[in-house]
Design a protein around this ligand. Structure first.
Ligand SMILES: [Fe+2]
Length: 311
């Protein structure tokens, strides 16, 4: 029982304004309290499978972007797949060139089909199916397709920048090209090595000359190419980073995400919510390949990754 004359609960108090502001800056102040603005609950990130976007993008006769957008359920102001990341499929029409003007400082790109080139000022380099590219947004780089067009999968930190009302810098990250042949070579090397009980599956982790010390691809994102042999399961685990997965190869595979059965389909984008308990299962006859982008760099930096096996 409160001894104060006003026994109204702190939780029921409405937003408080300054009583007598003298300046515009003072007038902008607002006050909440530990009863009505503590342990704030936002709409959770739902598990999701975007399994029609790739087909729509492949059918497109013109260059177009197909966003994996959950901003409505996430209550985000801009398109977002998770609160801090946006995945999209970019269809490039035959012989077309598109400036990569996404409001992101970091874009991770996987070439699904087609061949083409990147143009960065005077520098031009070619890419093909299975290649991975790390690119800055903000219009620095252009992507062009050759005669058969191309389909690319891109994940950027656009929602993170929008959350902070920031713009990326074209100089924020140097382009990096990981060729499909080199990726295959690296995966072959891993296949010859043993893992221990604390290793989460067999995965190739991408980094760059700039972030070699951090063992990461960008300051805020992580990228791994995971493999799962036939008749194998990646142990159930959880982490506080959200994950966006592109199914590259995996007939007969599925994931369990918070007890939901998620059947795999090639080129689907799958969302694993932060903190969810999840496992991956391969009942097929070939090694499963899946590319995973996480907002892991942020969690590593904040010491909040919280990875643990749960069985
Ligand atoms: Fe995971």
């Amino acid at each position: 029982m409160s001894n104060l004359p006003n026994s109204q609960l702190m939780a029921d108090l409405t937003v408080q304004l300054p009583e007598a502001p003298l300046t515009t800056a003072q007038r902008r102040a607002r006050f909440f309290n530990s009863g009505n603005a503590f342990n704030i609950k936002l709409p959770p990130v739902p598990p999701a499978s975007f399994n029609t976007h790739a087909a729509l993008a492949l059918d497109s006769d013109v260059s177009a972007t197909f966003e994996c957008d959950q901003s409505g359920v996430l209550n985000c102001e801009m398109a977002a797949t998770t609160p801090l990341m946006l995945a999209r499929y970019l269809s490039l029409a035959t012989d077309d060139e598109q400036n990569l003007s996404a409001p992101a400082s970091q874009l991770i790109c996987f070439v699904i089909t087609g061949t083409g080139y990147c143009r960065d000022d005077d520098e031009v380099w070619e890419w093909g199916p299975g290649d991975v590219l790390l690119l800055p947004g903000e219009g620095r780089v252009s992507l062009g397709a050759d005669a058969n067009g191309a389909l690319l999968w891109l994940v950027g930190n656009d929602p993170l920048l929008a959350f902070e009302k920031l713009r990326g810098s074209a100089e924020s990250i140097e382009p990096v090209h990981y060729t499909a042949a080199e990726i295959r070579r690296q995966l072959s090397l891993l296949a010859t090595l043993k893992s221990d009980a604390n290793t989460s599956g067999t995965a190739l982790i991408f980094s760059s000359e700039t972030l070699e010390a951090e063992r990461n691809i960008t300051p805020s994102l992580t990228l791994s190419f995971n493999t799962l042999a036939p008749d194998c399961t990646q142990r159930a685990h959880r982490h506080n980073s959200a994950a966006i997965t592109l199914i590259v190869q995996g007939d007969g595979c599925y994931s369990m995400i918070d007890k939901q059965h998620c059947k795999w389909q090639q080129w689907t984008t799958m969302v694993t919510p932060p903190g969810s308990i999840h496992s991956h299962h391969n009942l097929g006859n070939e090694t499963a390949l899946f590319l995973i982008v996480q907002d892991g760099g942020l969690h590593y930096h904040a010491r909040t990754m919280g990875f643990e096996f749960v069985e």
